[in-house]
Design a protein around this ligand. Structure first.
Ligand code: NAD
Length: 477
């Protein structure tokens, strides 16, 4: 049911190297799925050389032709939906329904950028002299290196590979070693769709070694990283030394403001459903809930009722609504944050511990009345943990929402247009959902401010970030 693990370098699938390997585990059973080869220096050098050579041909391939390959790959991903989704669930843990949704979304990123590449417009700037022509064009930035985490092994790589390839860049991607199979399946779809060899290379290894080696290479002109803020800072420092462009999509700690005029039941159920997506291991996961006092207890009651109905288990089982957490680091982090919160007098509304069941199953947890000084209020839980506080009004809710250095996603529920507008203007985040919680689709820009990172992915901005502008001043003499 799982997939053959390999490196993909210059069109060749490499199943064994001298650099060693690691075992990939299924978080629902903690059993091995396969053995992943690592790339050492020789493999990375080959990948760099392949990306450099392939760039010469790929940048000259028309955006129309590039788009056709990307669209074919998207179609193949949809044809292979059940298979790729099974690989995703096996290695990451999320439910099969979520995995299918993710593969479909990843295919949509390829669709969007296949078309957007054809609209990589330039402009003509009126000149001061009649025989002068001043034009601006967009050119691919060059070979790029991408580093992606384990929580969305289809969508996060797609958000980087699709715009890079559409813009005419070649790419070396290092997906997370914990979830390699899904990205490899996408790479297979691209290869089967006719992507020339060397345009996309997939490597695995020791993350810090691979990323540093690639960033220091003069061939690599841009990096795009999704992951934690400390690793993002480290990569930004390395990229600063070589003046390599960087897009960084880092952690978050998303606030949710629930105003007293909101539809309380809907707000509670929707926000808990989105909280539990991928067991809360999502950078945009709603985490700090600021609920106005008149509806506070009612909100908690609906939230508890919703959470009590969830079935935590193996994502491959049809009854499961919440899968395991992806690795033991998340179990330890949850245990630690919950113990600390309870010692600070937080009120346990639901969950609170790892379940006595096979696999890394954690009970969806709601903590009410949690004080600001509890660790969970500042450290990203990245797990199924909702933190709820009462607030007096929008003003206080906004002050609390904006209290952290993170600024990725935020949410609000209100029936008042004035309150919605105020929150939209004053919440310090990159993306906001009001009365709904979908904030990342291919056609809209996604990214954070402050400690949540640099740059935008998706939308027209997503393509632009893989291009550089060239100005030509041409005197016809
Ligand atoms: P981590 O910081 O060790 O790793 C996060 C990801 O970055 C992993 O995929 C890892 O392989 C990769 N990575 C680590 N060091 C790297 C390096 N030097 N160069 C390149 N890649 C590197 O954390 P973790 O334990 O895997 O996850 C926990 C934390 O990471 C979470 O609390 C969350 O803040 C963050 N995270 C964020 C996202 C996101 O979507 N923004 C995704 C996954 C994890």
């Amino acid at each position: 049911m799982y997939t053959k693990l390999a490196l993909l370098i210059d069109g060749e699938w490499i199943e064994e190297t001298r650099a060693g390997s690691e075992v990939v585990l299924n978080p629902a059973t903690e059993q091995p799925l396969g053995t992943l080869p690592h790339a050492g220096k020789p493999e990375l050098d080959r990948a760099i050389a392949a990306a450099s050579r392939a760039f010469e041909g790929w940048k000259r391939t028309s955006p129309f032709e590039r788009g056709q390959i990307l669209r074919r790959a998207a179609d193949l991903m949809r044809e292979r939906l059940d298979r790729i989704a099974t690989v995703l669930t096996l290695e990451e843990g999320k439910t099969l329904a979520e995995a299918k949704g993710e593969i479909t979304a990843a295919a949509e990123f390829f669709d969007w950028f296949a078309e957007e590449g054809r609209r990589s417009y330039g402009r003509v700037i009126p000149a001061r002299m009649s025989d002068m022509r001043q034009t601006v064009t967009q050119e691919p930035v060059g070979p790029v290196a991408c580093f992606t985490p384990w929580n969305f092994p289809a969508v996060t790589p797609a958000r980087k590979i699709a715009p890079a390839l559409a813009a005419g860049c070649t790419c070396i991607i290092k997906p997370a070693e914990e979830t390699p199979g899904t990205t490899l399946e996408m790479a297979r779809a691209l290869a089967d769709a006719g992507l020339p060899k060397g345009v996309l290379n997939v490597v695995f290894g020791v993350p810090a070694d691979v990323s540093e080696y690639l960033i220091r290479s003069p061939v690599i002109r841009k990096i795009s990283f999704t992951g934690s803020t400390p690793v993002g800072r480290h990569l930004a420092r390395l990229a600063g030394e070589t003046l390599t462009l960087a897009t960084l999509e880092l952690g978050g700690h998303a606030p949710v403001i629930v105003a007293k005029d909101a539809d309380v039941q809907r707000a509670a159920e929707l926000s808990m459903a989105i909280k539990l997506r991928n067991s809360g291991q999502v950078c945009t996961s709603p985490t700090r809930f600021f609920v106005e006092r008149p509806i506070y207890e009612e909100y908690l009651e609906h939230a508890r009722a919703f959470v009590d109905k969830q079935v935590v288990g193996d994502g491959l089982r049809s009854a499961t609504t919440v899968g395991p957490v992806a690795n033991t680091r998340r179990v330890a982090a949850m245990d630690n944050l919950i113990a600390d919160a309870l010692s600070c007098q937080a009120r346990l509304i639901a969950g609170g511990e790892r379940l006595n069941a096979p696999g890394l199953m954690y009970g969806p947890t709601i903590l009410a009345d949690i004080p600001d000084h509890a660790k969970a209020m500042t450290d990203e839980p990245f797990g199924p943990l909702a933190l709820v506080q009462p607030v007096d009004d929008t003003e206080q809710a906004l002050a609390r929402a904006n209290a952290l250095p993170y600024g990725l996603a935020g949410y609000a529920f209100t029936r008042s247009a004035a309150t919605a507008n105020r929150i939209a203007e004053e919440m310090e985040v990159g993306v906001i959902g009001i009365n709904q919680m979908v904030v990342t689709i291919p056609e809209t820009p996604f990214g954070g401010i402050g400690d949540s990172g640099w740059g935008r992915e998706g939308g027209i901005e997503g393509l632009e970030s893989y291009t550089v502008r060239k100005y030509v001043g041409h005197l016809h003499s």
